[in-house]
Structures are given as structure tokens and as C-alpha cells.
Design a protein around this ligand. Structure first.
Ligand SMILES: Cc1cc2nc3c(=O)[nH]c(=O)nc-3n(C[C@H](O)[C@H](O)[C@H](O)COP(=O)(O)O)c2cc1C
Length: 192
């Protein structure tokens, strides 16, 4: 039987090589907000392996606060070029400081400046304020490296459930689900 994480990585690598979307690492992360509503947004997936699926974020953002209150988290993706949907469920927890540092270093400078300048998900007076604040930060950082803000890190979703749906135009979608039972994955099929 396939290991669903190996299968995921095979398809993801293919998507990165052959996909046409500009943001080929974008995945939809769903958390549960303080009122019990699902709360979904796209983030960049950094890595996927047996330990889990990693994404980065300020640690005081809406998603981070949701995860701290309730670690039950979902990831959904749609790979158009191979007509495949993937749904993942599991518990998310913070990555280590060392890992966060490594991901910070790998970020583009523009992204580092924006992350260091803004307090994600806090109210903003106007969109003009945004550009002015960013322009000031770019000027001030001229030639200097951008230190990782103390509140920037990431999360790892340890998957309990992974489902692949191969979309068929005749609606006979092939759904293959994997549930983690202890250390093994059990495979089952679902009606479309
Ligand atoms: C393609 C794409 C990639 C994104 N990547 C990230 C990311 O890696 N980390 C992040 O915190 N926000 C990312 N965002 C912004 C989030 O969608 C979201 O607006 C932000 O994280 C605030 O969400 P929150 O208040 O629920 O935490 C991305 C948005 C898009 C459209």
C-alpha cells in the first residue's frame, strides 16, 4: 500500500515542476475560531514528511490563536493540472525555534520586510498607510539583514487523515482515504 505522505510528496513535486499556478505551494489551512466557526485561509506549505505538514506564520495571528485554543486543523488543496483534491486533518503544534530560523532565512527579502513591518490581522487605518509604512521600512533596512521577529514561527500539522480525490468529468471521482492507526496507515475507498 502507498504511504499517503510519500504519495503527497510525489504529486506535490510534480505540481511544482509541471503546474502552471504561480503559487504552487499554496494550501488552504482551516482552523476553528473562538466562536466555533471554521476559519480558512491560504498559506505556503513549506514541507511535508512523516512528522507532518509545515507552514509559517506570525505566532499571534488569527490562525495561531485558533490553533493554540484548538489544535484540530485541516489542510485542503486542489491541483488543477492533475485534477486532484487532497484533504488532510490532524493536530497542529508549533515548530521549534531552530526550524523557524531556517524558514526565515529562506524567505525573500521583500517578504521578510513585510512580515517584520506589519502585525498580521490587526486593524489598519487605510491602504495608503500600508504602502507608506512599507516604503519607510524598505528605506530603513537598506543593505541590512532583516532579523526574524520574535513572534514569527510556524506550525506542523501531524496528519491523522489524508484523502486524495481524483476528479472525473463523469463525476465518478476516485476517492482514496488513509487513516492513521497507531504507526500504520489504513487505506479505504469512498463513494464519490
Ligand atoms: C497564496 C497565498 C499564500 C499565503 N501564504 C501565507 C503564509 O505562508 N503565511 C501566512 O501567515 N499568511 C499567508 N498568506 C496570507 C493568509 O491567507 C492570511 O491572510 C493571513 O495569514 C492572516 O490570516 P489569519 O488572520 O487567519 O492568521 C497567504 C495568502 C495567499 C493568498
Amino acid at each position: 500500500m502507498h504511504d499517503p505522505i510519500n504519495l503527497f510528496n510525489t504529486i506535490w513535486l510534480d505540481a511544482k515542476c509541471r503546474g502552471t499556478s504561480k503559487h504552487r505551494n499554496a494550501v488552504c489551512v482551516s482552523t476553528i475560531d473562538e466562536d466555533g466557526y471554521p476559519n480558512s485561509r491560504f498559506v505556503d506549505l513549506k514541507e511535508a514528511n512523516a512528522a507532518g505538514f509545515v507552514f509559517c506564520s506570525p505566532l499571534d495571528s488569527g490562525k495561531a490563536l485558533d490553533i493554540c485554543r484548538n489544535p484540530k486543523t485541516g489542510i485542503t488543496l486542489w491541483w488543477e493540472h492533475i485534477a486532484t483534491q487532497v484533504r488532510i486533518k490532524g493536530l497542529a503544534s508549533p515548530i521549534s525555534d531552530q526550524e523557524a530560523k531556517a524558514h526565515w532565512v529562506g524567505r525573500l527579502r521583500d517578504a521578510q520586510i513585510a512580515t517584520a513591518t506589519f502585525q498580521q490581522s490587526r486593524p489598519l487605518a487605510s491602504l495608503e498607510t500600508l504602502s507608506e509604512q512599507y516604503a519607510r521600512a524598505v528605506a530603513a533596512s537598506d543593505g541590512k539583514s532583516i532579523p526574524r521577529p520574535d513572534n514569527w514561527g510556524g506550525f506542523r500539522l501531524c496528519a491523522e487523515y489524508i484523502e486524495f480525490l481524483e476528479f472525473k468529468e463523469n463525476r465518478l471521482h476516485a476517492r482514496t482515504a488513509y487513516s492513521r492507526v497507531g504507526t500504520v496507515w489504513e487505506q479505504h475507498f469512498l463513494q464519490p
